[in-house]
Ligand binder design. Structure first.
Ligand code: HBI
Ligand code: FE
Length: 293
């Protein structure tokens, strides 16, 4: 057994699956965070909330403000009071990545799994796995948006069916290109709502400021065909007209026929443009905010 007092205590929180319940949940054990971890959180928060002011969508900014977590690692129970009163969501602590079926079941019941350990100093800019900062800072503010709250429950429910139909990859791309790496148009400007972007300083700037990056209007089947990058910035971003578009697009989808159509269409590598497709260009469709040179 690992105990909090050994020198492995920091990494001990990380990936400690042994004590988890059958649904992979663990207590947050907030008292185990060290002063260094709280300080690291403050620094991460300061950097990303500064970027969010100019680059994130309004729902993210409002949600983040409500969570009031600039000064220390937040307590899950405090966030839950806010979530439960606004959208009926709750967060549950997990040791890290959990199996797909368990992940979907939590979402279907309006529980969002949040990894309880924080990235280490050398991972400040980048890590492959979800950690506390990505999960909490990136995802939890958006759980306070009614459209995202409903979409995630629907996604959880769709997950079980997709697994049964062997179409998980297709559904996962929807999640990836929206909840993780989605952009949305707001009053003519391009804004971030995806957690994978907003928890990364490099990708927040890249996805919004880079004039040449490929941005396509969100279209479910197109998204489902498109491969994605897991260890580099995305080569394609999909842009919603509004957050409610997400739920409208999925609520009416009969996944059965759609999965069949998907099987017949060839997969596309990230970054490819199809004939006739019109990437959003900053001349007429969107305003790309470039930093002043
Ligand atoms: N587990 N903790 C955690 N976080 C995720 O984002 C996650 C997961 N398990 C499965 C999963 N995501 C995805 O593969 C599904 O969305 C398909
Ligand atoms: Fe995530």
């Amino acid at each position: 057994m690992k105990t909090p007092d050994t020198k492995t205590s920091q990494s001990g929180l990380r990936g400690e699956y042994e004590g988890a319940a059958s649904d992979y949940t663990v207590a947050q054990d907030w008292h185990r965070y060290t002063p260094q971890m709280h300080e690291r959180w403050r620094r991460l928060y300061a950097r990303q909330s500064g970027l969010a002011r100019s680059h994130a969508c309004a729902s993210f900014r409002e949600g983040l403000k409500l969570l009031d977590c600039a000064d220390a690692i937040p307590r899950f129970e405090d966030a839950n009071r806010i979530l439960e009163s606004r959208t009926g969501w709750r967060i549950v602590g997990v040791p890290g990545f959990i199996p797909d079926a368990v992940f979907f079941d939590h979402l279907a019941h309006r529980r969002f799994p949040v990894t309880r350990w924080l990235r280490e100093e050398h991972e400040i800019d980048y890590l492959v796995e979800p950690d506390l900062f990505h999960d909490f800072f990136g995802h939890v503010p958006m759980l306070l948006d009614p459209a995202i709250a409903d979409f995630l429950e629907l996604y959880g429910k769709a997950g079980e069916r997709a697994m049964a139909m062997g179409a998980l990859e297709m559904l996962a791309r929807i999640y990836w290109y929206t909840i993780e790496f989605g952009l949305v148009r707001e009053e003519g400007a391009l804004k971030v709502f995806g957690a994978g972007i907003i928890s990364s300083s490099g990708e927040t700037r890249f996805s919004i400021e880079d004039a040449d990056v490929l941005r396509l209007p969100f279209e479910p089947l197109r998204v489902m065909r498109t491969g994605y990058m897991i260890d580099a910035f995305q080569k394609t971003y999909f842009v919603l007209d509004s957050l409610p578009q997400l739920i409208e697009a999925l609520v009416d989808l009969d996944f059965g026929p759609l999965y069949e159509r998907w099987r017949e269409t060839p997969a596309l590598p990230a970054g490819d443009v199809l004939e006739g497709e019109k990437p959003l260009s900053d001349n007429h469709d969107i305003l790309v905010e470039r930093p002043h040179a």
